[in-house]
Design a protein. Structure first.
Lengths: 246, 407
């Protein structure tokens, strides 16, 4: 299996006032293509910092990070922006869709910043991605006309549209009710089965049961990193849930 | 990232905030409309004054005897007043390079009588060229001829005021004999009415006669009170003045160090003085209007600035999906420019409408010139860039990590 993410002794320090806060104190791991990894940790464990670094939004103070073979640490701000555009799909807790904008336009957004994709191809890929997440019939619904689950599906379609090397989900089910959370989890599992590489940052231990590998952070270090021998099926769990009657 | 996409993104952002975009534009609309209107009024007045002067003969050059000593320097000797002669006139006619027409000017005051009507006026002795110089036209009858000049014929051409005073019954004056200081003169032509000039002088109170007649039969003098000429075009007036000066100096045998014993003035001097006064007035009007344009620009900056803060999360999202700083900067800059230029377009139309309304309703001269429209657009674009830059830069410098989680 091809390594997608390689972290070697990543450290990240912030200077707050006169104090040096060590958010990450030497994190190393490798994630291969097709893995569904959950990264867990309490607040203050450094998982947000790690996510920012994995997402090329931030640079480590020391250590090397290679994304799909490309070393990131020496890259400029603009180079990292382009790298994000081509290699990473973000899914946020609060969806972060553009207001008053249709689903298809929201999904097109990453491709708008890729000059190599023509307008017609962009539209086609956005429609394909939306169909993939089950919103083929809601292409022109505006973001404020959709439910939370639907908005998160649009966000996932947006993360898929540039065919990224890795999908980074930050508490992607955090704002959703149990049933909708499982619907989204089912979608992630489907994507995983299709061979997508997914990193899912969460503080909900339940979700780890549905991923293929779980990394636990504490105080800026890896406390646990183990494969899940018994991956539960989210679809089965969803079927067992009582149907919302409101 | 290409320009078309940025343009689409910016357009979308404006469309999403129609009311706010319109209110932001309003400042620019009012600014541009007032600049256009003020310039139109300024330009219109300038043109109408120019036209007035042109009707008097904008190419006109007046050559007077005696040195030009300016105000207070009067030292008129008898010599000075007689320094222009018929010989000078003839030399100018023969040698000039830039003149379309030349005419001597002598004048005699007195009473003009016909039947039991009389009128106090003066007879001006000129050649036919005078008509062209003063932009006069013979309405009925004819101008006197070369033969009349040669023979010092007792003929005259009269203006509308004279006709009204001497022939109140409406009789045809052509062929009638009027008497001027006891000298009988036959009316051969009537001039087309010109009304009052911009200084309030009646341009129809005029009697023209051959200069020979006035010099020999009325004044018995050999010198001229002046020579009038007109340059071929207004632009070469100064050349024509230099040319005539040279001719006259040679003719008067003046040495290098001697002053001119004549003075030359041109209508163009008056015209250009008027022109510069009007330009200054126009500029003043435009500057006042321009202030509102600047205020409009500040409005754009204010709204864009608020907009950047309000859209922090959107900016964070755009950055996380791969927008570079320059993409964000361009987006906000394009938004600012689009708002200001669209405001400019509406402002130009509005200003054009206002100018036309002023022209039709208030009957003020107002002309919208192409360059003012071009100027308005250039100023709008610059306003957009100038006032959009700071907010756009602020947006581009946001940290995506903080921006995406901004509440």
């Amino acid at each position: 299996m091809k390594p997608i993410i390689e972290l070697e002794d990543i450290r990240r320090e912030f200077i707050v006032g006169e104090e040096v806060v060590k958010a990450l104190r030497g994190v190393s791991f490798t994630i291969h293509e097709g893995e569904f990894v959950t990264i867990m940790g309490t607040s203050g464990s450094g998982k947000s910092t790690l996510l920012n670094i994995l997402g090329c939004l931030d640079k480590p103070t020391s250590g090397e990070y290679r994304l799909d073979g490309t070393p990131v640490r020496t890259m400029s701000k603009n180079q990292r922006a382009i790298l994000r555009n081509r290699k990473i799909g973000f899914v946020f807790q609060s969806y972060n869709l553009l207001a008053k904008t249709t689903a298809v336009e929201n999904v097109e957004l990453p491709l708008m910043y890729n000059g190599e994709v023509s307008a017609s191809e962009r539209r086609q890929r956005a429609i394909t991605a939306l169909t993939r997440v089950g919103l083929g019939d809601r292409l022109n619904h505006k973001s404020n006309q959709m439910s939370g689950g639907q908005m998160q599906r649009v966000a996932i379609a947006r993360a898929l549209v540039n065919d990224p090397a890795v999908i980074l989900a930050d508490e992607a089910t955090g704002n959703l009710d149990t049933r909708t959370s499982f619907e989204i989890l089912v979608l992630f599992q489907e994507l995983h089965r299709e061979g997508r590489t997914i990193i899912f940052v969460t503080h909900n231990p339940e979700i780890a049961q549905y991923s293929s590998r779980n990394i636990v952070l504490r105080d800026g270090k890896i406390r646990d990193d183990e494969l899940n021998p018994n991956i539960l099926d989210a679809a089965k769990k969803l079927a067992e849930l009582p149907v919302n009657d409101d | 990232m290409n320009g078309t996409n940025l343009f689409k993104i910016a357009l979308k952002a404006i469309a999403n905030n129609k009311m706010r975009s319109f209110l932001t534009m309003l400042g620019i609309i009012i600014g541009v409309a007032s600049v256009i209107t003020m310039l139109a009024i300024g330009q219109g007045s300038k043109q109408s004054i120019k036209q007035n002067i042109a009707e008097m003969g904008s190419n006109m050059i007046m050559i007077n005897p005696g040195a030009d000593r300016g105000p207070g320097g009067a030292r008129m000797s008898a010599d000075d007043a007689q320094s222009l002669t018929l010989a000078d006139y003839q030399t100018i006619v023969d040698q000039n390079k830039y003149l379309a027409a030349v005419s001597p000017n002598v004048s005699s005051g007195g009473q003009l009588i016909y039947g039991n009507n009389n009128y106090q006026t003066s007879v001006t002795g000129v050649s036919q060229g005078y008509l062209e110089i003063r932009q006069l036209k013979v309405e009925s009858g004819d101008m006197f001829t070369d033969a009349d000049i040669k023979a010092s014929a007792k003929v005259c051409v009269i203006g509308k005021t004279i006709v009204d005073e001497l022939f109140p019954s409406g009789a045809d004056p052509i062929g009638q004999v009027v008497r001027f200081n006891k000298i009988p003169m036959r009316v051969v032509g009537v001039l087309k009415s010109k009304g009052y000039n911009s200084m309030g002088m009646d341009q129809d109170n005029i009697v023209l006669a051959p200069y020979t007649t006035v010099m020999k039969r009325m004044l018995a003098q050999t010198y001229l009170s002046g020579i009038y000429a007109s340059a071929i075009t207004e632009e070469i007036t100064q050349l024509a003045i230099a040319d005539v000066t040279e001719i006259l100096r040679t003719n008067h045998k003046l040495r290098e160090d001697e002053e001119d014993d004549f003075s030359i003035r041109s209508q163009e001097e008056i015209s250009s003085m008027m022109d510069s006064t009007m330009s200054m007035l126009t500029l003043l009007l435009a500057a006042v209007a321009g202030i509102s344009l600047v205020v409009g620009g500040i409005g754009i900056m204010n709204i864009m600035y608020v907009s950047v803060t309000e859209r922090t999360r959107e900016i964070g999202l755009r950055m996380s999906v791969g927008a570079r700083g320059i993409d964000i900067l361009s987006q906000f800059l394009i938004e600012a420019i689009m708002i200001s230029v669209t405001g400019g377009v509406i402002g130009v139309l509005f200003g054009f409408g206002t100018s036309m309304a002023i022209k039709t309703l208030a009957n003020w001269p107002a002309t919208v010139e192409a360059w003012t429209v071009v100027l308005a657009f250039v100023v709008c674009t610059i306003t957009g860039i100038f006032f959009g830059w700071y907010p756009a830069k602020k947006a581009a410098n946001l940290d995506p990590i903080e921006a995406i989680r901004y509440e």
